[in-house]
Design a protein around this ligand. Sequence first.
Ligand SMILES: N[C@H](CCC[C@H](N)C(=O)O)C(=O)O
Length: 279
Amino acid sequence: MKIHFTKMQGLGNDFVVIDAVRQPVDLSPEQIRRIADRRYGVGCDQVLLATPARRSQADFRYLIFNPDGSQAEHCGNGVRCLARFLDDHGLVSAGRHELVIETVNGLSRVRLCDDGPVTVDMGAPVLEPPQIPFRAPARAREYELEVAGQVVRLGAVSMGNPHAVLRVDDVDSAPVETLGPAIEAHHRFPRRVNVGFLQVITPGHVRLRVYERAAGETLACGTGACAAVVSGRLRGWLDDAVDVDLPGGRLVIHWPGEGEHVWMTGPAETVFEGEIRLD
Ligand SMILES: N[C@H](CCC[C@H](N)C(=O)O)C(=O)O
C-alpha cells in the first residue's frame, strides 16, 4: 500500500500528516511505528490523521499517534500543523479563517492567519485527579511523588492528555533523561504522563523542556506548554499571559484562570510531501 503524506513541524516537534478524508486509511500500530521510525520510515514525533468529523460542531476530527504506535488524546503543536495542512490542501472553504477540530475527548477552535502564526483555543484544563488521570486522594495545586529514590513536587493537569509539571532552577541541567522516564511510567499515572520541567524567569516568561509520553524529549510540546502555564499559575508563579521558551522556540500561552480556556499561539510549517510504501 502507498500512502501520500505531508511532513510538518511546529518548533521542531515534527509530524507526518495524512489526509484520511480523501485517502481513507486504517493504520495498525506496527504501520504507525514504521512511519515514525527515523531510519526505516519517514521519521516523526507523532503521526496525525485528518478524518471526517463525527460531531456536528466540528469541521474535522484528528487522530494522534505516538511513535510507539499508542494513541494520544491531543497534540498542541500538531493541531496547529493540522489546521495549516487542511487549509493548504483545499479542505477548508475559501475565506474561512477559523476551524473546529475534534479530538477524541474534546474540541479545539483554531484561528488561521495567512502563513503566520496559528492560534488555538485548547479548551479548559482538567484538574480533577480521576480525569487526568492521576492517583491522588484529592485535587491539589501541588502533589508529592516518591520516584527514583526521592520525593518530587509536581502539578498534575490534563489538556486532553495527561501532564506532570516540575519546577526546576535551570532547565539546561534538569534531570530530564532520568526523572522524565521514571515519572512517565509511574504507577500513579495509570495512562502514563508527559513530564514538563519548568524554569520561571519572570511571571511572564518561562523556559520549559518536556519528556513526552511514549516519545521521549521533544524540541517542543504544545499541550505541555499549556499545562506548565496552568500549573505555574495555580502555584502562584505566573501571570495570565506567558512566553514559553522551549528548546525548539517560543509559544505564547494565555490562561485567564480557573474555568477559562487556554489559548496557544505558535508556528506551523510544511517541510516536504512524499509517499511511503507500507506492507
Ligand atoms: N506525547 C503526547 C502527544 C503529543 C503532544 C505534543 N507533541 C504536543 O505538541 O502537545 C501524549 O502522549 O500525550
